[in-house]
Design a protein around this ligand. Structure first.
Ligand code: ADP
Length: 338
């Protein structure tokens, strides 16, 4: 890009969808239009660019979507874009359409894709953090995280009722393969007795010891929040003979040792759905507008984010090469509160 202002914007939502993506599409579109840019939305992430599957967006096309979950542009994973040939094709199509700035709303994979496109295309590339996992460095929060927390909490509150009634142990598996942001937030929010995180090794014997202690102190039910990354990586069984890769098996193992009725609930994809929570709508709207502003200033190869209440940009590469850490204070107080 020369120093000229961009005249045509492209938008994609890519990878795992997240509530609030629509609010981001709307904000980018409306602010870009105000600055006399034309806007196109590509369908299904990078697939839409590779296959020239897109729609022209005007003010009306993004009306009445700020409150809707999912994404009007759909999302997808695009294998072809993983190859240099696929990215060449995408670059060629972007040139053909006259797009000079591309906004990529997605998680770390989508942002890696944006960075990889830089070798093929000389337009501006701006990322927006769109993932329920909250695992991108360079921003305190990602679009979709707050809604995922709320959705999981509402479900877990119901599980807590039945756990109390039947004096059971419940393991609730939440999303988070690599990072425990959802599990920790949810664990604090629902007052879980235990939170198992991919960032911390799980010692089953110690865990069972703590359950038995709290039982001795009069607690009759127990809620354990498990990040999916914990079972994905595996937990060693009590006799150290097998690695458990499944929350239901983990519950059985706990039952075997404690004699307490133990069940597993896997929340799964409900965590991606639903109308975006207030904070996700606000985050997505502000980052959408800000993304256009930084593009007008000539930024490229960056993700927009928010740090300590201030909007900022961070080089795309840093979003996955730097580590995004869990809140140490929340980690410290979790067991104190339970
Ligand atoms: P998320 O953005 O939610 O992390 P994925 O990891 O599935 O989701 O990535 C979404 C898409 O981004 C992939 O299907 C692919 O098209 C593109 N992508 C991911 N990683 C790369 C990469 N290293 N190079 C090029 N494209 C990539």
């Amino acid at each position: 890009m020369a120093s000229d202002k961009p005249r045509k914007a492209g938008i994609i939502t890519s990878g795992g969808d997240a509530p609030g993506m629509n609010a981001a599409i709307r904000a980018i579109t409306r602010v870009a239009l105000r600055h006399e840019m034309a806007v196109v939305g590509f369908y299904r992430g990078y697939t839409g660019i590779v296959n020239e599957d897109y729609v022209d967006l005007d003010r009306k096309s993004v009306a009445n979507i700020v409150q809707r979950g999912g994404t009007i542009l759909r999302s997808a994973r695009c294998k072809e874009f993983m190859t240099p040939e696929g990215r060449d094709k995408a670059a060629e199509n972007l040139r053909k359409l006259g797009v000079d700035v591309l906004f990529v709303i997605g998680g770390d994979g989508s942002l890696r894709g944006a960075a990889a496109l830089r070798d093929h295309w000389d337009g501006q590339l701006i990322g927006l953090p769109g993932t329920i996992d909250n695992d991108l460095a360079g921003t305190d929060y990602t679009i979709g995280y707050f809604t995922a927390l709320d959705t999981a909490l509402h479900a877990i509150d119901k599980v807590r009722d039945t756990a109390d009634a039947f004096e059971r142990i419940f393991l609730v598996e939440v999303m988070g393969r690599m990072a425990g942001f959802i599990a920790l937030g949810v664990g604090i929010g629902c007052g879980a007795e235990e939170v198992l995180l991919p960032e911390r090794p799980v010692d089953l014997r110690e865990l069972i010891g703590r359950i038995q202690d709290s039982r001795a102190m009069g607690k009759t039910s127990c809620l354990i929040v498990v990040a999916e990354g914990v079972v994905h990586r595996g937990v060693r069984s009590l006799d150290d003979r097998i690695t458990i890769h499944d929350s239901t098996m983990l519950a059985k193992e706990i039952q075997k040792e404690t004699g307490l009725d133990s069940r597993a609930v896997i929340l799964g994809h409900i965590q991606r759905g639903g109308n975006p929570a207030a904070l996700d709508r606000i985050l997505a709207s502000s980052l959408g507008a800000y993304a256009v502003e930084v593009a007008l200033e000539g930024a490229t190869g960056v993700m927009v984010g928010v740090k300590s209440q201030a909007r900022c940009t961070v080089p795309l590469e840093e979003t996955w090469t730097k580590h995004s850490s869990l809140d140490e204070y929340l980690l410290k107080i979790q067991r104190l509160l339970a």
